[in-house]
Design a protein around this ligand. Structure first.
Ligand code: SAM
Length: 285
């Protein structure tokens, strides 16, 4: 694919706006139009959709999202240098690209959605230094179901594996429990380091998350506490590791139907939910 629109090539945009990649901002740009189109399509169909894109940088993925038919892209970018570049895309597609200068960790898109009637999505090649924090934030949205119906996100492969991990695997931990509780998560495809400018040290993966309409009922804070205690000492038996909760773990485990001798990595999401419910029941609200 040599062109998806009549805007200048990304390399020229980067040169003109002096967008030399900064490590501190997790800047690894995607200039391959086939790849940006593939990521946009993974979040599709986009006709009529409003998309939150975190870290658009020079705008390669932003342009792919528009080319795939997104009605509107809300692009949140922290790097001032990129804001001018993104302004050119916004000018080319009036009303379809809203550029927000700021920190995505502080950004709540809900007041910006206006009267959007189509699907709401998150599609992004995330800055790796805040990727997990952003995902946890999006999985912790209240009320649930969240404002988005699909998220397609690029992570380092190792983080992607921690998101989709099953019990018994080395990657299974707090992130997998939170993601598995609230969403159906799947690795769609890997992206080699060579696809980025500059290339990161590791392979990346695109992950699709579909929020569950009705996750098993439980208090999110209690679930967090249980998984923090359990995986904080993952090699220990739960009757030992859960002591950090400040109560006797044995009755808690018995009521949740979990063996005292089990270890955190053996317990499926449903088990942690049962433990979180028992914990919430035993503590004053
Ligand atoms: N989407 C572009 C692409 O695919 O070529 C750039 C992706 S690059 C991996 C991550 C982008 O996130 C950079 O443009 C960086 O400036 C931006 N960024 C870093 N920290 C951010 C933050 N806290 N809030 C918003 N954007 C941030």
């Amino acid at each position: 694919m040599s062109q998806i629109d009549d805007l200048p090539p990304l390399r020229e945009v980067i040169r003109r706006h002096d967008l030399r990649p900064r490590k501190s901002l997790g800047q690894n740009f995607l200039l391959d139009l086939n790849l940006t189109a593939r990521i946009a399509r993974a979040g599709g169909p986009l006709a009529g959709a409003t998309v939150l894109e975190v870290g658009p940088g020079p705008g390669g993925l932003t342009r792919a999202l528009i080319a795939e038919g997104a009605a509107r892209v809300i692009a949140v970018e922290r790097d001032e240098r990129a804001i001018a570049a993104l302004g050119e895309i916004a000018a080319r597609y009036p009303g379809r690209v809203s550029v927000v200068a700021g920190d995505a960790l502080e950004f709540d898109p809900r007041p910006h959605l206006g009267d959007a009637t189509g699907p709401l999505r998150i599609i992004a090649n995330l800055p790796y230094n805040i990727a997990t924090a952003l995902l946890v934030r999006w999985l912790s949205v209240a009320p649930w179901p969240p404002w988005y119906d699909l998220a397609v996100l690029m992570f380092q492969r190792e983080v992607a594996e921690r998101i989709v991990a099953s019990p018994g695997s080395k990657s299974y931990g707090r992130l997998a429990v939170l993601a598995g509780w609230r969403a159906d998560a799947k690795i769609l495809f890997d992206v080699s380091a060579a696809a980025f400018v500059p290339p990161p040290k590791v392979t990346s993966s695109v992950v699709r998350l579909v929020p569950r309409a009705e996750p098993l009922a439980c208090d999110r804070a209690a679930l967090e506490r249980v998984t923090e205690a359990a995986f904080g000492q993952r090699r220990k038996m739960l009757r030992q590791s859960l002591r950090t909760l400040g109560l006797d773990p044995k009755p808690l485990l018995a009521a949740a139907g979990i063996a005292e001798t089990a270890r955190a990595e053996d317990i499926p999401v449903e088990g942690f939910v049962a433990l979180a419910r028992q914990l919430a029941d035993r503590e004053p609200a």
